[in-house]
Design a binder for this molecule. Structure first.
Ligand code: FAD
Length: 472
């Protein structure tokens, strides 16, 4: 079926106000944050804005009957082309469907629609002294549906786990147009081992198994106190050892982040007033809990780091903590300052390695960068082995762009070779689908079988997560 017919049908099914089909608007849906989307243009045939389960069912049934690809989309902050219509089709933009339907304070859970922006949920929950614990750096933009579908992580995943640890159940429209509820049709329980865990199956399924239309999310009390530590290391290899020493002392901080020397340089260039110590590595720790436990744990970490770090600062002053966080938050944009003609690209951006091999991974990434003639900035969630690698290049120089694919392939293969993962939180999408068999082996055969059981016509987000052909 051609684009014109698809658009006409969408207007018939949903009404004009829920459909976008002009070329300029469609272009805005042709990219996410990935370098792949920057290098290509993938215009969808139409974009629709469902605001009810019925809207979704109508469109899914149409897509399934007419073999039209259907791509669910949150805010498209993904880094992997996951929400992009790489083979054409209909993009289902959830942004208008953003109701927080019920905050069930007594049962510590919330019922929300997929288009809710993460930060808006936590602002509402603050009134009740509760939080939804996952906290991706894209909090001000990304949607709950996108977070669940990508199983987003974030800074506090080291203590609280990724999004999947906080999802109790969900409503899903399957690719054949059925509506199911995972986690129990009427359940308000926060614990259940009844039945196969379809909730977990849909977490991280990246839109290939169905459209998430409602979420039941677990809430926890908002910690009353927070403290931060900044530890400075003359030698980068000391930093991972220091993290392990903190764990060994019996403390699990709520955040453990690293900035390598190039991240520090970039932040200081971008905002000199932050004046970060220009050394090989900085670790940022956060501890949370009661004010007394924050003080205790902060002081214990200072003790553990004595003799390991060149200097350690512990603070519970909100202004100072905000300054330290600003340094971390700026790395992603500041990285471009390392070269006058440089752009930081999102590619091979979040491999995860065993934390015991973090020092080796940092060395190997630096070596891979040098071998491929590109500078790579490293920062991120060292506490769970999840490194953000940021290649800096002149994207208008085809010779440099040509180096990127090899660089990314080397970094992904390094992660698999080190018993790690090609992605700790950003997801697979298109850009990592080709590594599925190397990373998961025979298990991919069963992933394909599950996909076929839900989606016999392969209409839901085709080409994402893994390649459908065996042996690929
Ligand atoms: C500045 C920045 C910082 C970031 N920081 C982090 C971080 O700290 N941790 C982290 O994990 N990620 C991070 N990300 C990546 C990204 O923001 C997250 O993966 C986020 O959860 C994606 O949400 P989204 O609403 O933008 O989803 P999208 O990008 O729109 O979609 C992501 C995937 O989910 C699918 N999907 C979306 N909605 C639905 C639905 N209702 N039903 C079924 N499938 C659906 C899409 O098809 C796609 O495959 C960051 C991105 C940016 C730009």
């Amino acid at each position: 079926m051609g684009p014109a017919e698809i658009r006409k049908k969408m207007v018939e099914l949903l009404g004009k106000e829920k459909v976008v089909d002009d070329d300029v608007s469609l272009k805005a849906y042709s990219y996410d944050s990935s370098f792949m989307a920057r290098r290509n243009r993938f215009n969808p045939d139409a974009v629709i804005f469902p605001v009810s389960t019925e809207d979704v069912v109508k469109v899914v049934k149409f897509a399934n009957e007419n073999l039209v690809p259907l791509i669910p989309r949150g805010a498209s902050t993904g880094e992997t082309c996951g929400s992009i219509a790489t083979t054409g089709g209909i993009v289902m933009d959830m942004c208008r469907w953003d109701a927080i339907e019920e905050i069930d304070v007594a049962n510590m859970q919330v019922i929300a629609r997929p288009g809710v922006i993460h930060v808006n949920l936590n602002s509402k929950l603050a009134e009740h002294g509760l939080i939804f614990a996952p906290d991706p750096g894209s909090s001000r933009m990304c949607t709950l549906g996108g977070m669940v579908a990508n199983n987003a992580g974030g800074l506090r995943a080291v203590k609280y786990g990724s999004t999947e640890n906080h999802v109790l159940g969900m409503e899903v429209v399957t690719p054949t147009g059925e509506v199911i509820t995972t986690g129990g049709v009427h359940s308000r329980a926060i614990k259940s081992v009844s039945g196969m865990n379809l909730t977990k199956l849909f977490c991280g399924s990246e839109g290939v198994l169905g459209v998430i239309t409602k979420l039941r999310l677990r809430l926890i009390p908002k910690p009353k106190g927070r403290g931060m530590l900044m530890a400075v290391f003359a030698q980068k290899k000391e930093a991972p050892a220091a993290v392990l020493a903190v764990y060994k002392s019996g403390i699990l901080p709520s955040v453990v982040e690293i900035l390598d020397e190039s991240s520090i340089e970039a932040v200081n260039l971008f905002k000199p007033s932050l004046n970060l110590p220009q050394k090989e590595a900085i670790l940022l720790f956060e501890v949370d809990g009661s004010p007394a436990s924050v003080k205790d744990e902060g002081e214990m970490i200072v003790e553990v780091l004595k003799g390991r770090a060149e200097s350690v600062e512990f603070t519970t002053d909100p202004k100072r903590m905000a300054e330290l966080w600003e340094g971390r938050a700026l790395v992603a944009v500041a990285a471009t300052r390392l070269r006058a003609d440089g752009t930081r690209i999102m590619a091979a951006d979040d491999v995860c390695v065993p934390i015991s091999r973090m020092a080796e991974a940092l060395d190997r990434i630096r070596e891979i960068g040098a071998n491929n003639g590109l500078r790579v900035v490293n920062y991120g969630h060292i506490g769970d082995g999840n490194i953000h690698t940021a290649p800096i290049l002149d994207i208008d120089n085809p010779a440099e762009v040509a180096l990127v694919d090899k660089l990314c392939d080397d970094i992904h293969r390094m992660a698999i070779d080190m018993d790690g993962s090609t992605t700790g939180e950003h997801g697979v999408g298109v850009v990592r689908a080709m590594y599925a068999e190397d990373e998961h082996g025979r298990a991919v055969h069963f992933m394909r079988a599950i996909k076929k059981a839900f989606d016999p016509n392969n209409i839901m987000n085709p080409g994402k997560l893994f390649l459908m052909e065996e042996g690929k």
